[in-house]
Write a protein of this length. Sequence first.
Length: 286
Amino acid sequence: MAVGHQIGRGALSLALICAGSLLTAIAVNGILLPRSFLSGGFTGLALLIHYLAPGWSVSLLYLLLNLPLYLLGWRFVGRRFFAWSVAGALILAAALQWIQPGDLGVNDRILAALLAGILVGGGTGLILRSLGSSGGTDILAVMLYKRFSLKPGSTVLGFNCTVLAGAALLLSLEGALYTLVYLFASAKITDLVVVGLSQRKAVFIISARWREIADGILHRIQRGATILEGRGAYTGEPEHIIYAVIQFSELPRIKELVRIHDPNAFMVVTDTLEVMGQRIGNQPHW
């Protein structure tokens, strides 16, 4: 069973890396290069060098720039992440070299920047949901996420400001501004895919029928719950507060459960930044 599970996770990771690399290559070769846009992170640095020295291919430059960060990934994240990141970088480099869709035909440069951001953000998010990364700033983003819980998209966007400044100085301010639109869209989509799709909600419920509601959470929704003891500030009466962490998709069922048992219940739903624990935890598995 354990071997089969590992094989399944490995196959899923490989599929995610291939799909993410495909989306990224389509965006780079079909939108960014034909319009002389930059990309983010080390892909952006490779593009910048390519524009200045066209004899160097983007795929080769990307591999060369990635080498120092692999040592950091090995030391600070782990060997499995390192191995999958090497595989991810090789697959992405191959995709950049061989996937040549031609100009996608989006003539409006703002719309082209937005489409490129959606494709690259989606591709980066898929790769980061695997057991590795595509190298470059992805490794930096993973290290900062594990250490400081900084969202990967925010880390990459901050790093890309340096690349953008170089683009404004060496190429053109207009091109840098279009690239900024692309990078912002890419960062938002990356965060949505990596964090947003596994968002957890924390629920607080105060009700006189707390036993029935708690029982429904345990047996109908099959989530854990904690009963907190409280006291009303105005009435001074003791209260029972139900606390539960649930998936976003389970929120409508929780609301319906509360409405059935106590339409007058007081309920608060809050976002969570990160959840650790069995079954309900949403930390990436790097």
